[in-house]
Design a protein around this ligand. Structure first.
Ligand code: GLU
Length: 260
């Protein structure tokens, strides 16, 4: 079996119920399969959202604050809770985790980018599982500063490109890409493979999304463009079926494949 370098992106809607509370069954199943796949010898990076989601539970808020400094404080409060949760769940399988917080500008700065690359290599050497999120606390107030990813779909694609992953798996609450939104169109057809994200593909994505996460299908297509341009295959698969990762490791078709 070929050893693969796999980046997996988990969104807030895969980690929580629509109530905002953690979905422990989901988290348990996902962490179990990730550890198992890692034990097979694959190199895994997890890109996880959920800082704001966990922060809302922690600070007892029922909606995200408008003010950006408050949002950063929320993400800061939630990020430590998110990592504590991962330490606990991954620890059950003796899987060691590390926290990596990134912004766009550090990934485009040559010197910092080299440090980040070397850090990832050493984390792989130590056998730890890097868990990445955007460093929401230092993201600029200025929306035009260009320093914010703003969504973890594009962050995960940039990470996958950065570490030259073999494949990026974006876990979603849907099986993959359909010709139309399958929730409102029963005649929507599933698309197993996409060779190049065209205007037509963008039209199919419409505006599907959930209320807890940031990204919809649109940000996933943007992610596919970033990943594919860097020569990385991307897959959208259903997070409620984490065992699909076994099929992926065996080279079987999974979800919608965006072929680089
Ligand atoms: N970085 C944000 C968080 O952890 C999530 C961004 C996203 O949902 O894509 O709360």
């Amino acid at each position: 079996m070929d050893m693969k370098r796999i980046v997996i992106k988990i969104g807030t809607s895969s980690l929580t119920y629509s109530s905002g509370q953690l979905n422990y069954r989901h988290i348990e199943n996902m962490t179990n399969v990730i550890c198992d796949i890692k034990n097979m010898g694959h190199e895994i990076v997890l890109v996880s959202s959920g800082a704001s989601g966990v922060g809302m539970g922690k600070l007892e808020l029922n909606k995200k604050p408008e003010q950006s400094a408050k949002r950063r404080a929320l993400a800061a409060s939630g990020q430590s809770g998110l990592m504590a949760m991962y330490e606990n769940f991954f620890g059950r399988y003796h899987c060691k985790v590390a926290q990596v917080l990134l912004t766009k500008s550090v990934m485009t700065d040559k010197e910092k980018a080299e440090s980040i690359t070397r850090s990832f290599e050493e984390m792989f050497n130590y056998g730890v599982l890097p868990i990445v999120n955007e460093n929401d606390v230092i993201a600029s107030d200025n929306k035009n500063s260009g320093d914010m990813f703003g969504d973890n779909d594009t962050l995960s694609a940039s990470v996958a490109a950065f570490i030259k992953a073999d494949v990026l798996v974006i876990w979603s609450d849907i099986d993959g890409l359909y010709t139309k939104n399958p929730r409102s169109n029963p005649d929507a057809e599933f698309i197993p493979i996409v060779h190049g994200v065209t205007e037509e593909i963008y039209k199919m994505a419409g505006g599907a999304g959930s209320k807890v996460g940031t990204g919809g299908m649109l940000t996933k297509l943007n992610a596919a463009v970033i990943a594919n341009n860097a020569g990385v295959d991307m897959i959208i698969a259903n997070s409620s079926k984490p065992e699909l990762l076994y099929d992926l490791a065996e080279g079987k078709p999974v979800g919608t494949l965006f072929k680089a």
